[in-house]
Design a binder for this molecule. Structure first.
Ligand code: NAP
Length: 305
């Protein structure tokens, strides 16, 4: 059983058998939204986000709907641009350039994945870095390496950092393991944990790592961003460690009417070993959307200051 606390306070766990406190991303996102509403009211302009979706991937449409709903809740204007699956790369490029040139817009998001005939990287390169609310433009990713953390930081790793700080997790000098090295999650996550101010000592585990379990067992903080359902087992985790599950995986489940369920990258039994564990769903997912809103507000503030 996961014990739910509105705001978890990380305690020192020395008991042998423990039940992880739930690192509640939904509650943390709600707190952040309240702070964003204050900032929006003082911003002097209605923040405005454009979301571009190409094709009919059902999961992507669900994500886009969630983002637009979140805009509505906060008083952020959203423009939803739907393009058909067979749109050419050039047409998407033209759309991005016209959004760059629209002074009423503060954020541009191109929902991933794009259809396979498109080169996602070269389209990301076209987005004006100051409107790149996903934080995937090389200028924004590069700024993280420089330790300039006041700009557009990718929403998922930024959301994980926000959750850890909200739960008052001490990171200084702690050993952190990030499983995954993608440009959008794992790699920026590792940089953010190691950055001045967070000050963790970070190991990156990937598919060529010799012994992922041994690396995790040495860690005080484990962030799993792999895309492999329930890969991180209870015997991978040091008792009392803090575990954040970024994974969102669909797994077959005939006991459900819809035939599938959502699973994280962390096995549910980890709950019996960790001191703090983020659930799936209700953990990193809501934080990712909230950080997208935060990036949009930051962009509106900086363009109207
Ligand atoms: P990705 O681009 O596929 O990257 C996965 C990473 O995991 C790669 O670096 C890969 O290593 C590593 N990996 C794969 N198999 C491994 C293994 N057996 N042992 C150790 N490392 C292994 O995925 P992603 O975009 O980072 O996403 C990761 C997960 O997070 C997915 O479940 C995704 O759905 C989820 N996600 C959630 C949110 C959210 O809002 N909660 C946002 C984004 C992503 P190599 O580099 O060596 O291939």
């Amino acid at each position: 059983m996961i014990v739910s606390h509105h705001k978890p306070h990380h305690r020192n766990y020395s008991r042998k058998i423990m039940t992880a406190v739930r690192l509640d991303g939904k509650a943390c996102a709600a707190d952040l939204e309240e702070r964003l509403k204050q900032r929006i009211s003082k911003c002097g302009v209605e923040p405005h986000l454009a979301v571009v979706i190409v094709g009919d991937d059902p999961a992507s449409h669900v994500y886009v709907r969630n983002k637009i709903r979140s805009c509505e809740r906060l008083g952020i204007k959203s423009t939803h641009i739907e393009l058909p699956e067979d749109t050419s790369q050039e047409e998407v490029a033209k759309t991005i350039i016209s959004l760059n040139n629209d002074d009423s817009l503060h954020g541009i998001l191109i929902q991933s994945p794009l259809p396979s005939h498109m080169n996602e990287e070269s389209l990301t390169d076209l987005i004006d870095p100051s409107k790149d609310v996903d934080g995937f433009h090389p200028v924004n990713l590069g700024r993280i390496v420089q330790g300039r953390l006041d700009g557009m930081i990718p929403c998922t790793p930024a959301g994980v950092m926000e959750m850890l700080r909200w739960a008052e997790v001490e990171m200084t000098g702690k050993k952190a393991v990030v499983i995954g090295r993608s440009f959008n999650v794992g790699m920026p996550q590792a940089l953010l944990l190691a950055a001045k101010g967070a000050d963790a000592t970070v190991t990156i585990v990937h598919s060529r790592t010799a012994d992922a379990k041994a690396e995790c067992l040495a860690a005080d903080i484990v962030i799993a961003a792999v895309g492999r359902p329930e890969m991180v087992q209870a015997d991978w985790i040091k008792p009392g460690a803090i575990v954040v599950d970024v994974g969102i995986n669909r797994v077959d489940d005939s006991s459900r009417e819809r035939g599938w369920r959502l699973a994280g990258d962390v096995h549910p039994d980890v709950e019996g070993v960790a001191s703090l564990l983020s659930p799936v769903p209700g953990g990193v997912g809501p934080m990712t959307v909230a950080m997208l809103m935060a990036n949009t507000v930051t962009s509106a503030e900086s363009q109207h200051s």
